[in-house]
Design a protein around this ligand. Sequence first.
Ligand code: AMP
Ligand code: ZN
Length: 466
Amino acid sequence: MLFLYNTATRHKDEFKPQNEHQVTMYCCGPTVYNYAHIGNLRTYIFEDLLSRTIRLRYPLKHVMNVTDVGHLVSDADDGEDKMEVATAREGKSAWDIAKFYETKFWQDYDALHCTRPTIISRATQHIPEMIALVKTLEEKGYTYRTSDGIYYDTSKFARYDALVGHARISGLQGGARVEMSDEKRNPTDFALWKFSPKDKKRQMEWDSPWGVGFPGWHIECSAMAMKYLGHTLDIHCGGIDHVTIHHTNEIAQSEAATGEKYVNYWVHGEFLILRSGKMSKSGGTFVTLDVLKEKGYEPLAYRYLCLGAHYRTQLEFSYESMDSAAKSLKNLRALCVQAQQAAQGQAQETEKSRAWKQKFVAAMEDDLNAPKALAVTWEAVRSAELTPAEKLDFLQFADTILALDLFAKSEPAAQQLPAEVTALLEERARARAAKDWKKSDELRDAIAQAGYLVKDTPQGQQTEKK
Ligand code: AMP
Ligand code: ZN
């Protein structure tokens, strides 16, 4: 049995799909106006664990959107569109910005071994569906017009506080987070369709029954999720920050339009934080996967770090914890490779290996307890009870969920290095230990002449063929 913590019921519920032949899941995707930071990527790693765990039992249809228009800088429906802000910053067209950051996003996503969604839906390619949804809401009397757009009247939807609870919505009423514009009827009302400014032509704008403009961010997700997955989704995920506004608004729009329940299980991942506070794209505290790679970490070391914390607990990022994740991954792989070699590559499934696999699955099916599944993996690989062939059977299975490349030989380059280069590297390591930087640089050149590039990383020197 699979149990998931459901934000809507506030407890761990047994997961029962509507149709066992196809589980439906929608995950809020990236807004492609900048690089994804490692906090965003933590959320996609958690969603990947969820997707891999579901697939152990059921076929899965997984939809993820790409927000390439309409996500405003402020949650209060004012401020500029993030895409247009990026245009001003980078001097490129909004379309080029979207293309560039989306490509980059999938590179990071793949490098972290996140499974690609079944369907990737771009907001700009679904404008007619969004307009149709707004029209339905208008016909049903949920909308009103202001000078800058068509708004949703949240007072007309009785269950508006369903996801977050009344107390938190009352907090919003007090104006804690959402500023009240003059024309809004209620502080929680939000834009479904925004008009283009009269004095300025936007790069991304479309005709609509209400005038030229662009869709609101919330309507994008509702329209795309329901287009591909039907009126009621089994699972909807995202980061915890989306609960109060984005997902609350998605429920309001979708349920008002269809009269049916929108989502059966809401699953939210907690934040990655920095010791100094929130990871922020504007505050200079913005760590990307490229930054980690430049510092010599492989992307999967970051995946290992994320797996070590339960998805519903905050994870504080630090380079010390990255070092320790990289080291643990290296040690775990060494043990896995040892087992593989001892078994001569021949896995054997037995009752014992099956029992260990069940232990692993039980951890994952208990609300995705990846730290426990990881602990089971360490225990199995060190266990005297299992033969190497049984270990191999277990580990091959565990890696279909962990996706850590458990059988990668951690330093393949080092093993094939010519003796001359190995000697130069050793000499350079000694020079660096003695802080003789001049000699270290000379040796780097000598190594380059021998055909290898050397990089200094927290794990020591790493080489790469030129
Ligand atoms: P965005 O591209 O800003 O729309 O965010 C993409 C995803 O990352 C959403 O599911 C957010 O909830 C999530 N997210 C944003 N910041 C963080 C963070 N610091 N830690 C974990 N997830 C985050
Ligand atoms: Zn969304």
